[in-house]
Design a binder for this molecule. Sequence first.
Ligand SMILES: *Cc1c(COP(=O)(O)O)cnc(C)c1O
Length: 363
Amino acid sequence: MSERIFNFSAGPAVLPEPVLKQAQRDLLALPGVGMSVLEISHRSAAFEQIIAEAEADLRKLVGIPDNYKVLFLQGGASLQFTMIPMNLLPKGASADYVLTGSWGQGAIKEAKKLGTVREAATTADTNFNRLPKSEEIKLDPNAAYVHYTSNETIFGVEFQEDMNFGGAPLICDMSSDFISRPIDVNKYGLIYAGAQKNAGPAGATIVIIREDLLDRVPEGLPATLDYKNLAKNGSMYNTPPCFAIYICGLVFKWALNDIGGLEKVQAMNQEKAAILYKAIDASDNYYRGHAEADCRSLMNVTFRLPSEDLEKKFIKEATAAGLDGLKGHRSVGGLRASIYNAFPKAGVEKLVEFMADFQKNNG
Ligand SMILES: *Cc1c(COP(=O)(O)O)cnc(C)c1O
């Protein structure tokens, strides 16, 4: 197969075609370097420029103020579940977690190994199909930080705006909606994202941390897990994920130059998600969204069919029609269409058409 199909995978996920083409063009020999980016030293001038440009483009794209460090790390968002409490939760203090899904649960589980954690809110009672209302969120005024997950990739619920959860530094897992909309970085103490949903390939994890939080980092942490050490060394304490950073850099340029910035990216995402949710809502309850309407994710659209047998049949026939990766996560069941930044509108339109035909034939 040489034609590209429509890839609804939740992650690693679809990348912009111009990015893949440029990576392919430059794979054997980077222009002016004569070697592949896969082969050069991370201490070379060529790579120094690649990582500096990736950071500068990300700063421009997101609007990251000078008093924030940008780190390109490894270990995935999951390692941040550990590094955040290890670096930022002092002994004797407690951290608040606003829990809206499986990734938040993962973050809490790891933080509990390292310190005291409170659930400031949880929507587990309704299988994470909604976001907590403000009166349900019970914040500790002395919390060391407040952690939340802006988009719960598995359940398909999303805080589509920057949140304000009290006065403690706000920490956000933005893995699956990073660079999908404009944000005000000043509202956050730390933002982190595994790259493989929206920002690039697997292997790089992006951390944006306000400088004053580095003063909290205790002495004696393992060097590769110490934000202060990693920041001091410009993400190059040890060999960084060079190729992944290079691809992230190309994605940032694509979002800036081909699309025209995060407001445009957001408008595209809103348009794509609206097409799909409208089809779900117009199906006479044949397709049923998992998330409550006002909590829906623009990135991961989760829905069910009338029976599990029909869901299996749908996935099989959709795959055969070139619509790949629609099987939902086992904790929700049903289907999940992940339609990140790089997912084309034509793919959403094709899915909606397929859904109408499937309902007609199996209704
Ligand atoms: C995918 C995902 C993670 C886990 O990322 P890894 O890079 O695999 O560790 C964490 N949080 C969210 C919101 C995710 O979507």
